[in-house]
Write a protein that binds this ligand. Sequence first.
Ligand code: LLP
Length: 436
Amino acid sequence: MNENFVCKNIGVNEEGHLTFAGQDTVSLAKEYGTPLYLMDEDRIRENMRVYKKAFAENFPEGSEPLFASKACSFAQVYRIALEEGMGIDVVSSGEIYTAMKAGYPLSNAHFHGNNKTDEDIAFAIRNGIGFFVSDNREELDVIDREAQKAGIRQKVLLRLTPGIDTHTYEKINTGLVDSKFGTAIETGQAEEIVKYALTKENIELKGYHCHVGSQVFAEDVFEEAALIMIRFIGHMKDVCGYTAEYLDLGGGYGVRYVAGDGYINIAEKIRSVAETVAKASAEAGVPFPKILMEPGRSIVADAGMTLYTAGSVKRIPGYKNYVSIDGGMTDNPRFALYGSKYTCYNAGKMNEERTLNASLVGRCCESGDIIAEKIDFAQSTCRGDVMAVCTTGAYNYSMASNYNRVARPAMVMLKGGESYIAIRRETLDDLVNLDI
Ligand code: LLP
């Protein structure tokens, strides 16, 4: 069957089995068990290189893309980032610790989050974090205090809200004035917080950050954000003589989950952002700042696939059909949270006609435990079949839970035709380990 797959690394082999990164998914399910996260390491590297190359070609020296590791934080991904020369963005002591344990130098890490605790801040400074991206005044006070204790001047970017609607879904739309994140430019509070940061002796203000949203396809959103931010750089230069050295434009480029989704050419987008920044900087009379971006989803989403084993196949005549799997919202809560769409297959029956229209549902005691709705599967789908969900590399493992005390899947990396375990499967003992 000649099919147009959502990602380049998906195919079908001679046996009619779904392949991922050139490997037979049915064999992988047999070898490692299900549910199983697959991660195409070559694809992660390729995605990182696209950003690295575009940055080198379009932005001044010192600019760099940072992998937003919240999208999928585990030791091996930090090692890959290190090898590829990618900076990282971390949002908790947990992500910092994971990166450190993986040997990632924290001097190249940016610490984000709208409410870092005193402990988080002290921990990060103690371990030599490169930059804080500070969200608010209270945080600046603690960073200043902890930096003083450590006898350093801490590099800080301020998170500001440019007031932009990205038209992505509400829960991940973050650039608006009424957002819980950052400080608004429109209300004049951004100007105040910049002046405040400049009074702090142990803070070295390096520039500004904004992040407008995630899974963004809307035209020119990043250009619009860049324009507003550059104008703000110019404004602050005029108001108090401070010129930002860095401008961090956040993450957010969308990826294809289903055939109807658009496709974003990252290299072209970055070129267009660079043109906007060049023009806007000239107009504002400020130098072209060092640019940072924090892609998460567009680095790991299409590098992921999840394999399950089908259990019951329920046909309710005149109503609907269900294919139940041995995982669900515990390894992928995105439908439950956002109504997200996925492309799903019966991995072993790719060449059969797909006439069973069904919802792919999880094993949790919750009606909302759905992975995807209205999917056409092979009519003969039955217990024991391997089911595959595509594009699960971002915000699946990182948002997994143990609801219903379901153990989390293993993660297997695929690299150059080989496979290896990067995260072992959780055991029943792991589940009770913390119980006293
Ligand atoms: N930078 C900041 C400050 C962020 O808050 C985020 C994502 C990123 C970068 C990376 O954005 P990306 O390139 O991955 O779109 N759980 C949701 C997504 C939440 C995004 C949170 N912030 C989902 O599953 O769709």
